[in-house]
Ligand binder design. Sequence first.
Ligand SMILES: NC(=O)c1ccc[n+]([C@@H]2O[C@H](COP(=O)([O-])OP(=O)(O)OC[C@H]3O[C@@H](n4cnc5c(N)ncnc54)[C@H](O)[C@@H]3O)[C@@H](O)[C@H]2O)c1
Length: 445
Amino acid sequence: MTTLDPRPPAPSLLLPEAALPEDSLGLFDYDVAIVGLGYVGLPTALAYHAAGTRVLALDVSAARLRTIRSQNADLLPNDRERLRAALRDPGFALTGDVSRLSSAAAVVVCVPTPVDAHLVPDLHLIAGACRTVVEHAVPGQLLMLTSTTYVGCTKDLLVDPLIERGFVPGENIHVAFSAERIDPGNDAVAHDDVPRVVGGATDACEERAEELLLQYAASVHRVHGLGAAEMTKLLENTFRAVNIALANEFADICRALDIPVTDVIDAAATKPYGFMRFLPGPGVGGHCIPCDPHYLLWQLKARRVPAPMITQAMEEIAHRPRRVVDRARDILSDLGRGLGGTRVLVVGVTYKPDVADLRESPALEILDSLADAGATVGFVDPFVDAVRLPSGRMLHAERSAEAYGAGLVILHTPHRDLDLSWLGDDQLVLDATYRATGVSRLAVL
Ligand SMILES: NC(=O)c1ccc[n+]([C@@H]2O[C@H](COP(=O)([O-])OP(=O)(O)OC[C@H]3O[C@@H](n4cnc5c(N)ncnc54)[C@H](O)[C@@H]3O)[C@@H](O)[C@H]2O)c1
């Protein structure tokens, strides 16, 4: 698939390979440029800087640059420290000026790769970013894509357009793919300790990319070719999606058989091999699990390659927030009440604990569906002041969970420091986290 417009080649810009000086990297003002400073790009830029490299940190959003400059970005404490140090150092340049990309020896692209309302990959951001990077590419650079994407994307958006411009990958330019594996909000595993997988357009590209990654990453695993590296990330996140769907199904099975599912999962997890612990929940959010497997399914559809298990897992996952609403309705109905007129408080609305990220959060759909069913809805979340629901409704966080006077409380996101001490003994609670303890009138999802 080719998604870029063909551009006229510009060979005049190129140095012949023989003319590249031995120490051509020394000609650049920056060792690495990071394109896209979001949940992935900013910590990555800070990791490179902390490792002693000169970093050009680029984002096209002026608002995002302001947030970073004012140190209000959602970061782990360690990265907050790194940002403070970076902003004081001339070796860390924060910019929105894409023309400066030519001054970096390596350019790393980490822009969003979402899906649209029809679950079709929305490639306009990654295509736009790659177009800019190719336009400003100069001989001697390494261009590395790190956004999660379909197999063949690096070739379509970087390699082929570079060749059209007269570059020769592996000779006067290097191209690689290495997906990010960062887990925002998780400080149990340091970002720099997570091994990176990399594949290149040629062996020389792979070597150059490995060198760059080893500037900050503890280890690098090389695979042969761009496609294997792209597919590795799709396997990782599809594996998670399928296992979350299975955990959700086991939760429903265990409830029907009146067995506590978390006891079963904890017990199974004592096996030292062949089992990995996944917990059920109210659904999945963020820009990975609800999106990435659709990049694979989308390209398989074009080739008429069936993937029934992945398809079904993604359907189950997408259906999960509606299950929460159905369960809320059933619990109230058992008490002779309905959703209509009931005050429902959702506790925690971000898609995962200890981050402020609301993207694709199941809570948004849950709140909307509850409101559609006539409930009066509210939420509390230490990370969020207000949310816009898919229907367009705006909701502001309740000042006091206790004062809200909920007829039903739904536990959605188990933030580490979430205070549930206000829950009275008579409070009806639906635990969609499967992790609540010590609550008296608790129903599990
Ligand atoms: N968030 C995660 O947990 C996570 C983990 C691993 C991988 N990923 C993948 O990493 C990629 C980036 O995700 P994210 O969560 O960091 O996204 P994000 O939305 O947090 O940030 C992306 C940033 O890119 C900027 N941007 C968009 N187009 C740009 C352009 N042309 N030039 C420069 N900047 C541009 C945006 O302004 C934004 O600040 C995605 O492919 C995602 O799937 C995300």
